[in-house]
Write a protein that binds this ligand. Sequence first.
Ligand SMILES: [Zn+2]
Ligand SMILES: [Zn+2]
Length: 348
Amino acid sequence: MVLFVGTTLPPTSMAYLAALTTRVHLPTSSFSITRKGFSAFRHIARPLLQSVSGGDIGQPLSANESEIIFTGSGTSEGIPRVSCLTDPVKKCPVCFKAAEPGNKNRRLNTGILVRYAGSSGTRNILIDVGKFFYHSALQWFPTFGIRTIDAVIITHSHADAIGGLDDLRDWTNNVQPSIPIYVAQRDFEVMKKTHYYLVDTSVIAPGAAVSDLQFNIIPEEPFVVSGLKVTPLPVWHGRGYRSLGFRFGNVCYISDVSEIPEETYPLLKDCEILIMDALRPDRSSSTHFGLPRALEEVRKIQPKRTLFTGMMHLMDHDEVNGYLLKLKESEGVDAQLSYDGLRISVTL
Ligand SMILES: [Zn+2]
Ligand SMILES: [Zn+2]
């Protein structure tokens, strides 16, 4: 038997869909809207979507208000794992919960969108575009009314951080001429192999419409993106493998880390919001902090608030957050797990 797992719709049904409706599926209902009815849709959908993400949906930013939206908070294979849902013997509690739409255990590849309210308007700066970037953007860009991508900053060149570079073609073909990518030299060298046709577009057939990307090599020193000062936070992500965290304002983002070098700690001084890698509840792996180590680092860095990211399927959102809440009561550590679609207001 042959199963077709990725077929496109026949032209007649495509035309029908394009002409008439966009169908939106929500946990308890589904409804249709005309393509021109986006603002009405947001008005209708907002209360429903709020219950999905727990966030504040689609409100426009005021002129001087910046924010961070979590485009993903999970591991490379995504949560739920397909292998857990098809396991004939064991029923993975977190993955089965994550299979329900809107559940906070449902996690795509780690990344954030920084919406920076600069002097020339709000700029959308992505940190990482992983393998599931399309799915994340599909869910959150319409929800939060995001149209353009002003820059992408890369933490490292693993597939869950750069696998979505090809999907940026939708923006550079249909929204804006190009997208600047900020990347360390070592990761650019990897991209020359993994995405050779985006680095050197002379190899593609004339007329082929791939992503139009402008690569900017970043040093391990502060640089400016769309008017926002960004300070790299060099860390180890496995023995001898460098990854970058980034600081903007008093927000520090470190998504892939197994060790923080001594020279990076001064860069974390007076951090107010720390977004930090915490893979699993019990121990660290060779490439990622586990929750106990991540909490040790939080006690050392002493941010006002911490949000963990990069969680695997052993991290149950409500269970771990319940444990973390007790820590807040007992020792004043304000730390919680983030989740996909979480939106927080920040001062940059
Ligand atoms: Zn699982
Ligand atoms: Zn990685």
